[in-house]
Design a binder for this molecule. Structure first.
Ligand code: UD1
Length: 339
């Protein structure tokens, strides 16, 4: 049985990835300090999987705690590193906290892979590294643009830290650049747990439809797009989770040309904000209240993935359509209301 450490394993994408790893017979150890989630997520994972993985509640940015944890684990086949702060606006207010947390935890974990290069590493990166790309769909070889926020910078520099570390110490890694993960597990037992007012579109939509928030504000309707609203590539979180399994298996099989490979995780299809609202209404039969508001600072006009490299390299493609994502997000929102 191969052991895999999943950092941030109680978070949104992490918890869905843990479920898929357990289903494939991996032994999973979760590290999560509950910075942006709740301990009950472990119950959700256990009820879906019929297994309760080990969970360590430690701060990976603390080098002593991180080293002590890793020293006590069975030999790891891989580390999937989700744990990071991810709120763009907050990162502008608290840049040092973002750099300390996101870089500290990454470097502390890579100390382990530097000593044991047979341990594979998967890093959560973001399509934010492309900024407003010059051409669409966005290929992995598109230039990395100057970061718009400290959060975005932690993803760009995080990829560079991986490359420098791999070159010097001989480990192998994959950085996965997520587009817009949404939805929830089809069982509605795990999903996204935004604390406070959701900043992201889909959790705001489901909370608004549930009566927990007012009308959705659509940020900008004068963009040069088919209906004036921004275009993004929304991808079901279960598809994102599965891509991590394919990435791990690629690394374990010793495939890949470069020590650090980069893959986009998107569907390849861009949707406007109004199309997302329409998909929600079709999927749930509910009407959403929304109003147009000024553009949000830092938003790019359009971003969607070229999926060819992931299809060829990982043998993976996103399969779940937008309406299914919206239906699952809504069922999760209703399940939360019943808790
Ligand atoms: C955002 C971050 C991105 C980060 C990702 C992580 C910004 C500029 N980008 O992506 O760096 O990796 O979250 O979760 O913050 N929208 C509304 N009303 C809302 C919320 C969103 O109209 O209340 C619109 C936005 O203008 C955008 C789209 O919905 O066009 C998606 O927004 P969001 O879910 O925040 O994702 P990104 O901005 O793509």
């Amino acid at each position: 049985m191969k052991s895999v450490l999943v950092t941030g394993g109680l978070g949104f994408i992490g918890s869905h990835t843990v479920v898929e790893l357990l289903a494939r017979g991996y032994r999973v150890v979760i590290v999560d300090n509950l910075a942006n989630t709740r301990a009950e997520v472990l119950d959700g994972i256990a009820s879906i999987s019929g297994q309760r993985p080990t969970w360590a509640n430690i701060d990976l940015a603390d080098p002593v705690a991180c080293r002590a944890l890793l020293a006590g684990l069975p030999e790891l086949a891989g580390i999937i590193h989700f744990a990071a702060h991810k709120a763009v606006g907050e990162s502008v207010q608290k840049p040092l906290a973002y750099y300390r947390n996101n870089f500290g935890s990454l470097v502390n974990l890579l100390d382990y892979t530097a000593e044991r290069p047979q341990c594979r590493f998967i890093f959560s990166s973001s399509c934010t590294v492309y900024g407003q790309a010059d051409s669409l769909p966005i290929r992995e070889d598109a230039p990395v643009k100057p970061a718009e926020s400290p959060y975005g910078n932690t993803k760009q520099v995080g990829e560079e830290i991986l490359r420098d570390g791999a070159r010097a110490h001989g480990f192998r890694a994959i950085a996965l650049r997520y587009f817009n993960p949404i939805g929830a597990h089809p069982t509605a037992r795990i999903g996204e747990l935004p604390l406070g007012v959701p900043q992201n579109l889909v959790p705001f939509i489901t909370q608004s439809a549930a009566g927990l928030r007012g009308a959705l504000k659509v940020f900008g309707n004068d963009y040069p797009t088919r209906d004036g609203t921004c275009i993004r590539d929304y991808i079901h979180v279960v598809d994102v989770a599965l891509a991590h399994i394919y990435a791990l298996e690629r690394l374990l099989a010793g495939k890949g040309s470069d020590p650090v490979e980069v893959f986009n995780l998107g569907t390849g299809t861009g949707s406007t904000v109004l199309e997302v609202i329409a998909a929600f209404e079709r999927a749930t039969g509910r009407k959403l209240q929304y109003e147009f508001a000024p553009r949000r600072a830092g938003d790019v006009v359009a971003a969607y993935a070229d999926t060819g490299k992931a299809a060829a390299g990982l043998g993976w493609r996103a399969e779940l359509p937008l309406e299914r994502s919206m239906a699952d997000a809504w069922r999760w929102q209703q399940a939360l209301a019943g808790k």
